[in-house]
Ligand binder design. Sequence first.
Ligand code: GLN
Length: 302
Amino acid sequence: MQSLLDNIYQEVFPMLGQGKVADYIPALACVEPRQFGIAICDNEGNVFTVGDADVPFSIQSISKVFNLVLAMNHYGEGLWDRVGCEPSGLPFNSLVQLEYENGIPRNPFINAGALVISDMNQSRFASPHLAVRDFVRRLSGNPEINADRIVADSEFEHRARNAATAYLMKAFNNFENEVEDVLHSYFYNCALEMSCADLARGASFLANRGYSQCGEEQILSPKQTSQVNALLATSGMYNEAGSFAFQVGLPGKSGVGGGIIAMVPGRFSICVFSPALNHMGNSALGVAALTSLTKHIKWSVY
Ligand code: GLN
């Protein structure tokens, strides 16, 4: 496993310098772009790392996965009345479909969908912004995980589009709580800082039929785990989901902080981090590293 990681790292490292860090969130614009790390957590709980795998970074939309899993733990099938399971084929923060489709977001991994899920968690937890943080602490076995307040505040200050999305859903009666309160929790979760090693461990239950080695507990049923992976495979990479499936062939989730988690079901979870993004908003080196991974292991879910 270690030599697999070393090979991928060597192969992709020369690309460092390609892409651009996200600058629509001002606090993220100053992140050093020349960082690159990978971690794998296998289904026995062993972790392998290379490069900047222990550097904490802003997980951004990767939090949407943990947000969803937490809600799935507390709401039954009824969750799917408020959010769909179809790919959107549009940018993550697009509003156009939402108007046509009566305020029901296409899936939980676009912003609209994650905001509905955050609204559900807001109704369920006494300290909703801490619920996801405590959940990822438990899943990754790292009690030090916290949000970067500067990033969370910066996102709140530039909240117009996410606020518009949430208010549109409220107009369609698909949003229970105060929009600003839910936005605070949502941005806090996006601003959580985790390393590749934390995220590989934290997502390992998705490669292991819902069982987390770290907490030694069943997080989701095997069926729910397959459902989350199916959604990740079709919608986890926004409007690059199709070519990611074509090229890489694994369920994965990216964030504008430059992280991507991906699962090789039955074997291991992997997290790649490199902050410079391609034109679709996914980590340029991250996509290249995962392409190299499936080339080396000669395996995809398809
Ligand atoms: N916090 C970001 C937003 O809401 C998350 C987007 C992302 O990582 N794609 O715009």
